[in-house]
Design a binder for this molecule. Structure first.
Ligand code: ADP
Ligand code: ZN
Length: 611
């Protein structure tokens, strides 16, 4: 018998008794009811939207065990730990399990004692599947279902073999879940998993607690430092485009005393585990990582995500920044970008071994990302538009909403720069071309006789930063390309360059780019979300919050689980604010179900009394 069936296993009762929540959110209820009734479903919700409950509640309500296919061990372990905290019979089967634990899980499965079993797709398809024959199965949940799409950025070939499930287990409902909203990926999931009759539950991907901002790289280190200074004592992620860069940046930050760690796929397994453990410990950690870090990290209180290199699609970008603020509290994101990023991404795409159709799709995504980076409109709205979602009003809190960028006409400057590239023979990088325009008699300029060009010194009244922005704009527009070799030489792309040179098309630049009088300090001067009042706590509540956190930390390390599977910060904050004095009052607090009340009620009341 699947274990302790709650007195009343209607979904709302399970939600209240087991998870301690008063009601379903958004589409949860419909999806839950649909699956309980035996229907297949595809659930599309942003990170933090509450996907897990969509299969956990039906698995508890329905007869038999729910099998959850999940791609990452860390994710499985966290989910299982959190479910056990809530008194649910859950287990995982994966390659890092001790043999006795694996045996126990299999035994429980056979006895029908599990509500939920988490497995990797490999494990399910190599052997485990045969042991499921004849067992009562509540459902199959396929988490991170975008992994089935070969167009996606996290393709896992094993996922495609999950298409055997409907034939092997007719009548067992399947629910696929993902936070990737791209329509192409959705239809891929439905087709590849044979979910022909599935109902699609697509939530809005708008996450009002995420603050979006993008800035051209002016001084990467200073920009990052200003950003991190707003987030001292908080946890976050800094994404870099290469392994070497993660190590360099992490070392630089650590030198300045930041709790920075590098993470990438090339680390030794032990170093990787140590970094993950520190991140999951609930400490303030700045993870400087490649995209290898992320999927399966469900720490809820990630307060910031910065990108030092542009992601290659809006989907990847959204997924990465989506790792911030899963707890619903405000979280800040910053994308730093340069013309070189765009040039490099385009170059690698052109060189890639992908098929022409694949390249076309990748190119479309890349250009959508470039447009999103460059937009002067509400950035949140532009991002949602990439997923076919409209936002009636501008979001009001992205960088462009808070400080609408003023534009200036840069057509004349653009023509000057293109001419300078042409006249210097399309062999030089941006620095040299800019030096010529600014009339600098550098050694290289003199050696090539570029001081004798008619346009030598024509642009002397503009600072280097201005000309860099012109170069960046021209690269973004495809009028210039940057060679990826040692010298990063600029060449004209005639199709896009010609109309500019002829004065047939205008080039607009952001007015905030340093003009004749260098305007410094723009980055720091900009209003930013962290300056918005945080949910303020009274001094008393603050002390109680600290006491609760200290208790949680002790409890977590005794049990060997991350603190957030015991209680999220948001629950502790609510406890600190409300200061319930009895177990009955405690039961009213969101996120405290019957099991946690039993296990921790007394300790929480004591911590509150001490705080
Ligand atoms: P996702 O898997 O979609 O990223 P989760 O399932 O991890 O999101 O849920 C995100 C957070 O929202 C979790 O802390 C979860 O406990 C909370 N949550 C989910 N559903 C509800 C609900 N109905 N009421 C209150 N909190 C909820
Ligand atoms: Zn906006």
């Amino acid at each position: 018998m699947p274990s302790p069936p709650p007195p009343d296993s209607a979904p709302r009762a399970v939600l209240r008794e087991v998870f301690g929540f008063a009601g379903f959110r958004g589409l949860q209820q419909e999806a839950v009811e649909h699956v309980i009734a035996g229907g297949d479903a595809l659930v599309l919700m942003p990170t933090g939207g509450g996907k897990s409950l969509c299969y956990q509640v039906p698995a508890i309500c329905r007869r038999g065990t729910g099998i959850v296919v999940s791609p990452l061990i860390a994710l499985m372990d966290d989910q299982v730990a959190a479910l056990r905290q809530a008194g649910v019979a859950a287990a995982a089967l994966h390659s890092e399990l001790e043999p006795p634990d694996a045996r126990a899980a299999l035994q429980d499965l056979r006895r029908g004692a599990l509500d939920l079993l988490y497995v990797s797709p490999e494990r399910l398809l190599s052997g485990l599947i045969d042991r499921l024959d004849g067992l009562d199965l509540a459902l199959f949940a396929i988490d991170e279902a975008h992994c089935v799409s070969q167009w996606g950025h996290e393709f896992r070939p094993e996922y495609r073999a999950l298409s055997v499930l409907p034939q092997r287990f007719p009548g067992v409902p399947r629910i696929a879940l993902t936070a990737t909203a791209d329509p192409r990926t959705q239809s891929d999931i439905l087709a590849a998993l044979g979910l022909d009759r599935a109902r699609v539950f697509a939530a809005s991907f708008h996450r009002p607690n995420l603050f979006l901002a993008a800035e051209p790289k002016i001084g990467e280190t200073a920009q990052l430092a200003a950003f991190l200074a707003r987030h001292e004592g908080e946890a976050g992620i800094v994404y870099c485009g290469s392994r070497a860069r993660t190590e360099r940046i992490a070392a630089r930050l650590a030198e300045r005393g930041a709790p920075a760690l590098a993470f990438h796929a090339g680390l030794e397994p032990a170093a990787k585990r140590a970094a993950l453990a520190r991140f999951r410990s609930g400490e303030p950690v700045v993870m400087v990582a490649t995209i290898a870090f992320g999927m399966g990290i469900d720490r809820p209180d990630v307060r910031f995500v910065a990108h030092l290199d542009m992601p290659d699609s809006p989907e990847a970008y959204y997924q990465q920044i989506g790792r911030a603020g899963r707890d619903g509290e405000p979280a800040e994101t910053l994308l730093l970008h340069g013309g070189e990023d765009v040039a490099r991404a385009r170059y690698f795409l052109a060189q890639s071994a992908a098929s022409e159709t694949q390249k076309q799709s990748m190119r479309a995504r890349l250009e959508a990302m470039v447009a999103l980076t460059e937009t002067a409109e509400c950035r949140t709205r532009a991002l949602l538009a990439c997923f076919g979602e409209g936002l009636a009003e501008p979001c009001g809190h992205c960088d462009n909403c808070r400080a609408p960028p003023e534009m200036q006409d840069g057509t004349e400057a653009a023509r000057m720069l293109l001419s300078a590239v042409y006249r210097t023979g399309q062999m030089f990088g941006a620095l040299h071309v800019i030096a010529v325009l600014r009339g600098e008699r550098s050694e290289t300029v003199l050696r090539h006789g570029h001081d004798r060009l008619a346009l030598f010194g024509l642009g002397h009244d503009r600072p280097v930063a201005f000309w860099r922005e012109v170069v960046r704009q021209l690269v973004v527009r495809g009028a210039l390309s940057v060679a990826t070799g040692e010298f990063a030489s600029l060449t004209l792309e005639s199709e896009a360059a010609r109309p500019i040179l002829r004065g047939e098309t205008a080039v607009m630049l952001r007015a905030s780019v340093p003009g004749p009088k260098p305007a410094r300090g723009r980055v720091a001067a900009r209003p930013h979300p962290a300056s918005m009042p945080p949910a303020s706590m009274s001094p008393g509540a603050e002390a109680r919050f600290a006491a609760l956190r200290a208790w949680r930390k002790r409890e977590a390390s005794t049990q060997g689980v991350p603190p957030y599977v015991i209680f999220h910060d948001s629950v502790l904050q609510e406890l600190a604010a409300q200061c319930p004095a009895s177990l009955d009052d405690l039961a009213e607090v969101r996120g405290i179900g019957a099991s946690k009340l039993r296990r921790y009620g007394a300790a929480v009341l004591q911590a509150l009394a001490e705080g």
